[in-house]
Design a protein around this ligand. Structure first.
Ligand SMILES: Cc1ncc(COP(=O)(O)O)c(C=O)c1O
Length: 409
């Protein structure tokens, strides 16, 4: 319906910071086309424990429906928070009491709550270069100064972090928090070594900085001998605010995430959440309690690990076989993604995407993962969602496009 109303003038200024994802727009072109997509971050639906979840949902509604279908506390259903504490203990994370836990509507809401309650305009926030795109978007709304620290195969380069923090401090700046995905990073799939984990905690302690640890992927580590210790386990001072989610280990549609941290912070997060959605779906929380209790989550993780390891290996093999010389790609030890860097800085992967889609393959251009706007010649490739048999063909097509482009550059 056409309208004469200028809606723009009714909107708050901050909506100008809520950028529509250009990538989403670009990827819309894939709709209705036969495209092998390495673009999303979706779990493989064959991993969802559909029959078990159907049974649990039925039991929960019929047997505990009076509670499961009702409103519930903003912090989360107490029984679920206690279940989470015990689940976290298995990962070596000891939380003092359920007062130190809040259930969120996915980790994405946790990121928004952190941004909303902690960032004043111009506060310095440190992130990895690259980092999770939607965390950058969530934080940007509160106008921080984002400072990026490069990563390598062992995660964030903490020596560079230390230099940067020293420089900022000597310029009279205070760093508020460091946002990190230490294990099985998104988008790179790399993991912070134990030495660097300790170094990171030391730096935070020395300069009185909080750490926001985002951990959706440490459950999906495919190789032996990799250190998957969450930073939270090394936290003696209550400096680490730990975020996790059932999205990748059970089902993202349930929208269940959580934050572990000191009660003082959790209480503030609770107030922020209250005005946003009152509470996370009670029904989802009851389903989650039973899924953890009945071992469905553990079994899903084991199944997913087998499926994703094969897919990761297929992608790495195909890259080895087809990708042009001089390209670099991360070797993910876990998670769902890898990062590919093309040998020429002349190639803007955002411009390459429409051509790739036309040829039958999609990816996410890398620049949006870089807080400093670099990374033009990188892309993120997801290996969990495409079918195993599509992966080699997708990488072959992508490599052909890159070769063609390099000849032109
Ligand atoms: C690093 C990271 N943090 C947070 C999220 C958000 O997850 P959810 O809101 O589904 O829990 C994702 C999802 O892909 C992610 O990769």
């Amino acid at each position: 319906m056409s309208t004469l109303i200028d809606y723009q003038k009714f909107l708050a200024e901050r909506t100008g910071l809520m950028r529509a994802s250009e990538i989403r727009e670009l990827l819309k072109i894939t709709e209705g086309k036969k495209v092998i997509s390495f673009a999303g971050g979706l779990p493989d639906p064959q991993v969802f424990p559909k029959a078990e979840l159907a049974e649990i949902a039925r039991d929960v509604i019929l047997e505990r429906g009076d509670k499961a279908l009702q409103y519930s506390p903003t912090k989360g259903v107490t029984e679920f928070r206690v279940t989470l504490l015990n689940y976290m203990k298995k990962k070596g994370i000891a939380v003092r009491s359920d007062d130190d836990v809040i259930v969120t509507t996915g980790s994405q809401q946790a990121l928004d709550i952190v941004g909303r309650t902690m960032i004043n305009p111009q506060d310095v926030i440190i992130v990895e270069l690259p980092t999770y795109l939607a965390a950058l978007n969530a934080f940007r709304l509160y106008r921080p100064t984002l400072v990026g620290i490069p990563i390598d195969d062992n995660g964030m380069k903490t020596d560079m972090l230390e230099e940067e923090v020293k420089k900022l401090v000597s310029n009279g700046k205070r760093v508020k928090f460091i946002y990190t995905i230490p294990v099985a990073h998104n988008p790179a799939g790399v993991t912070l070594s134990i030495e660097r984990k300790k170094h990171l905690i030391e730096i935070a302690s020395q300069y009185d900085i909080l750490i926001i640890e985002d951990d959706p992927y440490s459950y999906f580590v495919y190789d032996e001998g990799v250190d998957i210790t969450p930073l939270k386990t090394l936290d003696k001072e209550g400096r680490v605010v730990y975020l996790s989610t059932l999205s990748k280990i059970l089902a993202p549609g349930l929208r269940i995430g959580w934050i572990l941290g000191n009660k003082t912070l959790i209480d503030v997060f609770e107030r922020a959440k209250q005005s946003s959605d009152l509470h996370t779906s009670t029904l989802s929380q009851f389903i989650a309690i039973e899924s953890i209790r009945r071992g469905v989550v553990d079994r899903t993780v084991e199944r997913a690990k087998m499926v994703y390891k094969k897919k990761r290996d297929a992608m790495l093999e195909a890259l080895e076989k087809y990708m042009v010389k001089g390209a670099w790609w991360s070797k993910p030890i876990g998670g769902l993604f890898l990062m590919l860097r093309l040998p020429s800085t002349e190639i803007d992967t955002k411009k390459l995407l429409p051509e790739a889609i036309e040829a039958g393959v999609a990816f996410v251009p890398g620049a949006s993962f870089f807080a400093d706007g670099s990374g033009w010649n990188t892309m993120r490739l997801n290996f969990s969602y495409p079918k195993l048999e599509e992966i080699e063909e997708g990488i072959r097509i992508l490599s052909e496009i890159v070769k063609k482009k390099l000849k032109q550059a």
